[in-house]
Design a protein around this ligand. Structure first.
Ligand SMILES: O=P(O)(O)OC[C@H]1O[C@H](O[C@H]2O[C@H](CO)[C@@H](O)[C@H](O)[C@H]2O)[C@H](O)[C@@H](O)[C@@H]1O
Length: 294
């Protein structure tokens, strides 16, 4: 089934005040526009402000990205959010800069060094490749010269062909060597396990790339392996762009993601206003508090 278009400005219409939400966000192609050099990418200040405001309403937000943890933190600064980085290989549960609450899968550093060196040597005779070396993976970018797509795939496949514990992840103009056993789906489920069962959470994941498909599948699945019935509410997968996707919904581009996030924020602002709707002018308490104190 093809994804259904969400009018980003009307995203509030898809939300219910009987439900709590956990927003999972990809970075590149979702929050940050593409650039030739990955180091030039930024998440616009306006987007960061919207995320901060949503978080201030107590809504859970986490980042699920192929970027390394250090880079993701830098791009999100000054906001602190839980981050599943390097496709879920590094997970920082509480988002604080110097937090010890970070799990990282064991990575064979000798194998990583050998893979990195082999890629560098194989690319020497080509112009238009950019090699991104991350703490636990190596990405070969060909955005500067898309004609190198097949060469990039061949170089990367050859490089890891004797490394049984490594695999390739393909993305937009990039092919990346990553240790086996991680994907955005398991990363999201790991973060969801931290949530209290009683919270009746509906996860929403927004992403644009092939690696995001595992995330869409995980949150849209009825039986999402959490083994807590209260948490098995079907989530919403929202694809950014028109490529085939298993996400149930889509928006057209990054600008529409921003509009959708604004609409999401408006939902909580409106909820907040309605909580104060019937005010006791003597004590100015929200409805809920008054109800409990009667
Ligand atoms: O999971 P994401 O947050 O979407 O990260 C995926 C990869 O994003 C970056 O590469 C992409 O963005 C670059 C900068 O715009 C662009 O040059 C490249 O073509 C894209 O594939 C990042 O550099 C990778 O490390 C991430 O894995």
């Amino acid at each position: 089934m093809s994804p259904i278009y969400i009018q980003p400005n009307n995203f509030v219409d898809y939300l219910s005040n009987q439900q709590s939400y956990y927003l999972f966000l990809d970075i590149d192609g979702t929050l940050a526009d593409f650039t030739l050099d990955p180091k030039d990418s930024v998440i616009p200040r306006t987007t960061l402000t919207i995320l901060q405001k949503i978080q201030d309403y107590g809504v859970k937000i986490a980042i699920v990205t192929g970027r390394s943890l250090a880079e993701a933190r830098q791009m999100l600064s000054p906001i602190n959010l839980p981050i599943a980085a390097t496709h879920g290989l590094e997970i920082a549960l509480d988002g604080a800069e110097n937090s010890n609450d970070t799990c990282t899968l064991h990575v064979d550093s000798a194998a990583l060094t050998a893979i990195r060196q082999s890629i560098i040597e194989s690319c020497m005779s080509y112009s238009g490749f950019a090699i991104e070396t991350k703490p636990y993976s190596v990405a070969l970018h060909y955005r500067q010269n898309p004609a190198l797509a097949d060469v990039a795939c061949t170089i990367m496949s050859e490089t890891i062909k004797h490394s049984a514990k490594w695999t390739l992840k393909h993305g937009k103009y990039v092919c990346e060597a990553v240790p086996k056993g991680v994907n955005k789906g398991t990363a999201i489920l790991t973060l969801l396990k931290e949530v209290r069962a009683s919270d009746n959470i509906c996860p929403i994941f927004i992403g644009d790339d092939i690696t995001d498909e595992a995330g869409f599948m995980a949150i849209q699945s009825q039986n999402n392996a959490l083994k807590k019935p209260q948490q098995s509410a079907r989530g919403m997968g929202i694809k950014v762009g028109h490529e085939p996707s298993c996400a149930h919904y889509y928006v057209n581009n990054i600008d529409e993601v921003t509009v959708l996030l604004q609409s999401f924020l408006r939902f909580f602002q409106q909820q907040n206003i309605s909580d104060f709707e019937s005010i006791d002018t003597d004590c100015l308490l929200p409805k809920d508090v008054m109800r409990h104190s009667i």
